[in-house]
Structure formats: C-alpha cells, structure tokens
Ligand binder design. Structure first.
Ligand code: ADP
Length: 495
C-alpha cells in the first residue's frame, strides 16, 4: 500500500463545529474521506462561542499553548473533539479572540482585531503539532486565516528537525477574501520585516495573508479547474493574478465533493419525506412542507425556484434585483434563504412585501431550512458573478432540483446545458453576466418544467450525477504527494 500520510487540516471553520459557508463543508467532509483512505488525519480550528452553543462532545485537555504575539505571551487551551468518532479535532480556546457572537464579523463589518485573531491561530497550528508531538507530512491550510502558517514554517522553523519532512498545501476557497491588514500589524507576526516585500507578504503597502499562503506553500490549489484558471486573470484575480500566474506550475484545481451522508434525499433527516430517483413521490410532501414553512398557498404546475446563499455581491443578486418584475411575471414561486449585506436584506424584504403570495424569504442562517429548500424546490438559482466551486448546485442535482447557473468557476465545470432533443444535460447555464441572459435561462427552465416529459428526463439525469468526495479525496492525496516531492527536491538542492 502507498505510504500512509500524516495530515493536519487547518481551517477557520469545519462542519459540524462552525460554519459560515462552503469552506466548513469542505474541511469536514474531506477529512472524513481521507481518513477512509487510511491516512492519519487531524484537524485544527479555533474554539468559537458558536461551537460551544452547539453542545457537541468536547473535552478539555491539560495542555496549553503559550504563543508570542508581539511583546506579549498569549495563552490558549487545547480542547479536543472528534469527527466520525475517529478523527481528532483540536479546538484552540482563547475566549478573548474566539468567544464572540460571530466568526469573523458583525453587520457593522469585520472584527477590528482579525489580524491578531488569525495570526494567533496560525502560530497555534505549528505550536500544537509540537505540543502533541504530531509530526505532519502535510499541513493543509485553507484560505487567508491560515495563510501565515507556511511563512512561519519556512522562516522561523526552517532549521527545526521537527518539521524537516513537513510540506504545506494551501487551498484557495475564495480569493475575494484576502485577509488584508495594515503594515502596523506586522509586529504581531514576530516575523522579520524582510518578509514584508512584494515577493513576500506585502501587497500595496499592506499585509496580505492570502498572498502569504500562496507565496510560501509548496503547492497551491483551488476548488475547481475552471476557477484555478480564472484566478490567473485580472477579472477574477483580485490583484493576485500575477502571483498566481507566477506559480502556475504549482497551481492545481480539485472540485469539491458532496458529503452525501448530509445531503441525500434518501436519508436526509431534515426533510418531511425521503425520496429517491426511483420513487420521487416524497418530493411532493417536501414541497407541501416547504409551503407551510413559508406560509404560502401552493398552486399546481408552478415550479418553485429556490436560493440559499450568503447575500453578497458575488452571488449575482444585482441581476435578480434588475429583473425581479419580469421574474415575478412568470408562473413561479420564489423561496430564498440567506444572510449577509444589509442592502440585500432590504431588497428581499421589499420583494416579499410586493409579492406576498409568490415569494418566501427567510433572512438568517438555518441549516434545517436549507435542506427543506433543496428538497421542496424544482429549480435552484445561482447567477454568481464568480463561484470558486459552489456546493448548492451539487446538492440540488442530488435532490432533483434543477440548477440554473452562470457559467463560471465550479458552476461551469459541473453543470451542462440540458438539450431536449438529445435528452442530455443536468441543468441550465448562461454565460454573459447580464440580467437578460439570466432571465432567458430561467424562462427556458420554466418552459421545460411545464413540458413534463423532458423535465422527468432532466431530473433523472441530475439525480444520477455523482459528486461524492472519494474521487476528490484521491486527488488531494496526489496533491499531497506532489507537495512532499517538491519539498524533498528543494532539500536536495539546498544540501
Ligand atoms: P460559499 O462558500 O461562497 O458561501 P458554497 O456554495 O460553496 O458558497 O457553500 C455554501 C454553503 O453554505 C452551502 O452548504 C449552503 O447550503 C450553506 N448556506 C449558505 N447560506 C446559508 C443560510 N443562510 N442558511 C443555511 N445554510 C446556508
């Protein structure tokens, strides 16, 4: 058998401990699949108030970490929990940093000390491995919150034999959030100023923690092939396209999988009645349940368009705002679950008021309702401006809820236009980021829905798709091996 790898997955959110978006789904599910492949997987994340609220089985250990932050020594307790009873999760407890109502921000904006909170966490990642004596082959970092880990490793621990065989893989889940902080936060890192250069972690006079992760890790990847190409262009690179293009030889794309233990209408514990591709009758009961949740009166032959999303510009809500009158002229229902920017909260409150018989809106985060929307809707709308991978279109396929998406990132990689003539395809996608292009595709979907026979074929195609994690987890193992090989070659060159 191939070598069993020791992997530490470091992330700021992991299902079931804390979640604001897809990152948590990915880190939770990927660790389970890697474990199934026989590797020694551990996970590390901050211990948030949100995690405490969830009343999961969490143990205190007697171990503490003492971490240097500028000229202070800050303490954290190590707590542990498990995923699937056999993956150890280290929760870093420091209530000054993480005992807050939200993970990163309130409605007023980001927490002002996010630099310190996540520089601390990145330092804790390396300190923890030493304290619990876990020498990882791979530290798998995710997004800016862990971006400093490879810098600390390469600069401070370069000579440390403990990390002689440790490589870093850095996954970009969303390039729009880069962890940008003013230069006066540099002392918090306790790193020498010579890393604060354009070749290092500096970005237009600021510290950029996403860039830090990209520059210093052994290999980089993103969560779909298309997005890994897109981010090398000015349109999607958010200023980091040059850095990424410069590392193109080490930049990969691996599509996220779906945790079908969580998202499967045959076993979903949140939905009214379970169903499968063979017997879709339960989907009707789920629809009825959805209508009662939103206090809407159902109407025959009328498709329900669902959306579950962070309410931010990325997700294409400006297109919906632009064409809401035309969308509402169609014979449809619209149900939306989301939370985010105030302007979109106001927009949807207004739409709800104007079309109370056709629209259901819930502003908030509600996992159980998310499952009910996947099961009770017919069409799932994702008109994203950009989408690194996107998970809801993949969940929707499994629930026989047909995605209408914009052809970008992972949406483009996973959704194929349905052609009634050939009976092939699993959804609808439009290319130009315009409200007209979106409206045309919604109309096309509604038309096929009404056709009956073609829709049945389309639903059957969608439900037959398999985006289970196993395939992607195997790709990650290949990536880990590449990172290790790269590191050993570098060592040879230096020696
Ligand atoms: P992103 O990571 O950009 O938010 P993804 O499609 O990759 O987008 O993942 C979003 C995840 O978060 C999905 O699991 C989705 O169901 C969930 N989600 C988003 N908003 C909400 C919400 N308001 N309530 C419950 N779940 C949500």
């Amino acid at each position: 058998m191939a070598k069993k790898l020791k992997v530490l997955i470091a992330a700021s959110e992991v299902v079931p401990f804390a979640k604001t978006g897809g990152l948590a789904d990915v880190t939770g599910a990927l660790s389970k699949e890697l474990k199934k492949l026989g590797h020694d997987i551990r996970v590390i994340m901050p211990f948030y108030k949100e995690t405490k609220r969830r009343k999961l089985a969490i143990k205190d250990t007697d171990e503490t970490l003492l971490i240097e932050i500028s000229d202070k020594i800050v303490q954290a307790k190590i707590c542990t929990a498990t995923i699937d009873k056999n993956i150890t999760v280290y929760l870093i407890e420091n209530d000054d940093y993480y005992g807050r109502d939200e993970l990163y921000r309130t409605a007023e904006g980001d927490y002002p000390d996010n630099a310190e909170r996540f520089i601390f966490f990145s330092k804790a990642v390396l300190e923890l491995t030493k304290t619990v004596n876990f020498k990882p082959d791979i530290i798998h970092c995710n997004d800016w919150q862990t971006g400093l880990v490879p810098v600390l490793l390469k600069v401070n621990e370069n000579e440390n034999p403990f990390f002689a065989n440790t490589s870093v893989v850095f996954t970009v889940h969303n390039l729009a959030y880069q962890g940008l902080f003013w230069h006066l936060d540099m002392p918090l890192t306790n790193l020498p100023w010579d890393v604060f250069t354009p070749e290092g972690i500096e970005f237009y006079g600021k510290i950029n923690l996403m860039k830090a992760g990209m520059v210093y890790s052994d290999v980089i990847n993103s969560v779909s092939k298309k997005y890994s190409k897109e981010i090398q262009t000015p349109e999607f690179g958010f200023g980091l396209e040059g850095v990424l293009a410069g590392r193109a030889a080490d930049l990969y794309g691996i599509i996220n999988g779906v945790d079908y233990d969580e998202w499967n209408p045959e076993s979903d514990k949140f939905i009214k009645k379970k169903y499968s591709a063979k017997d879709l009758s339960g989907k009707e009961a789920c629809r009825t349940d959805l209508f009662s949740k939103f206090k809407l009166k159902d109407k025959k032959n009328t498709p329900v368009i669902g959306m579950i999303s962070r309410l931010v510009d990325q997700k294409g809500f400006d297109l919906i705002a632009d064409k809401i009158k035309d969308i509402m002229k169609l014979n449809i229902f619209l149900v939306i679950l989301g939370t985010g920017d105030e302007k979109y909260h106001n927009l949807f409150k207004k739409i709800q008021k104007e079309y109370p018989d056709k629209v259901g809106i819930k502003l908030g985060f509600d996992n159980s309702l998310a499952h009910k929307i996947e099961a009770g809707s017919n069409i799932f709308l994702m008109p994203s401006k950009y989408e690194p991978c996107g998970l809801n279109q993949l969940y929707s396929l499994k629930y026989g809820t047909i995605p209408v998406v914009r052809a970008t990132g992972g949406l483009d990689d996973t959704i194929k236009n349905f052609k009634p003539k050939t009976g092939k395809g699993n959804g609808f996608k439009f290319s130009a980021y315009t409200s007209n292009a979106m409206l045309l595709k919604i109309k096309e979907a509604v038309k096929v829905y009404k056709s009956g026979k073609d829709w049945k074929q389309l639903v059957s195609n969608a439900m037959a798709e398999d985006y289970s994690w196993m395939q992607s987890a195997k790709e990650y193992v290949k990536l880990y091996n590449k990172a290790m090989k790269k590191k050993s070659l570098e060592t040879l060159v230096t020696v």
